[in-house]
Design a protein around this ligand. Structure first.
Ligand SMILES: [Zn+2]
Length: 274
């Protein structure tokens, strides 16, 4: 079988360099079999190549260096094809193994994080429930007691209170199950993830019943702080403040501020005792 039986191509190794001294790759029938590169040496032996002929040095020019590899290939094309096939298969197997290891490591990390969050023990029955949004509609004493209890467990983000918080009885301990902020976003709808912490202190008694009817209203009239206007001392209703500002564009930002809980909420919570 002669050289004419296959198509040989010599292409620059680096796309930005195709000058006379550029590194090149040798392709036969579209498959890379080796390459050639210039090296230090006496004039007349400054080219080397690699491929089926092994490392072949001291060629006077690139053409000669390339030819050495093509001749070695041509001496036993099917043998070289078999070797190249094996190399390709090995590379593919290597890639697959690395991918697999990466996936396994990711899964291990996910699992570790999950256990850190949820604990090693099995979930158990719920023995106490703090209703969602409780802090926003319960009498101030009750809301404060829950806030102190949560703080004692290191649970202090506002996202927790828009979700139900439970105390769960597990085999060897009781735990507080709550929704922790998954990312730092000042938004009651922010994504959260279930987290568990060992119960350190009895939860306060909850006398106020759940108010699922108010959830949507609280989401609309969410309490916000305006640190630049009143140094973050008061809570304001973001929605009502925004509406007042657009209705009366002539007034200043601080005058537009509607203190939370706004009248819309007070009418629904009843009594305005907050
Ligand atoms: Zn409002």
């Amino acid at each position: 079988m002669g050289q004419s039986a296959f198509v040989t191509q010599v292409i620059p190794r680096y796309s930005d360099d195709d000058g006379p001294y550029a590194d090149v790759l040798i392709q036969i029938d579209g498959r890379q079999i080796g390459g050639a590169y210039p090296c230090a040496g006496e004039p007349g032996d400054r080219w080397a190549s690699w491929g089926p002929a092994g490392l072949s040095m001291k060629h006077p020019d690139r053409q000669a260096a390339v030819r050495a590899q093509i001749q070695a290939y041509a001496a036993d094309p099917s043998g070289w094809d078999r070797i190249l096939d094996e190399e390709d298969a090995e590379k593919a197997a290597d890639r697959a193994r690395r991918d697999r290891e990466l996936q396994q490591e990711r899964a291990r990390r996910r699992e570790r994080r999950r256990r850190d969050r949820l604990g090693d023990d099995e979930p158990g029955p719920t023995i106490v429930t703090i209703p969602a949004y409780h802090a926003l509609y319960a009498p101030i004493e009750e809301a404060t007691a829950v806030g102190d209890w949560l703080a004692a467990h290191g649970i202090e983000d506002a996202a927790s209170c828009v979700h139900e918080i439970r105390v769960e009885q597990r085999a060897a301990r009781r735990v507080v199950v709550y929704q922790a902020l998954a990312s730092i976003v000042d938004d009651p709808q922010a994504r959260t993830e279930t987290s568990v912490v060992t119960l350190a202190m009895e939860p306060p008694a909850i006398a106020t019943p759940p108010r699922p009817d108010l959830h949507q209203l609280f989401d609309d009239h969410w309490p916000t702080r305006f640190p630049l206007i009143d140094y973050g001392r008061r809570l304001a209703c973001g929605r009502c403040s925004g509406e007042r500002r657009s209705a009366m564009p002539q007034i200043g930002s601080s005058e537009a501020l509607v203190v939370w809980p706004c009248s819309v909420l007070q009418a629904q919570i009843g009594g305005g005792d907050r």
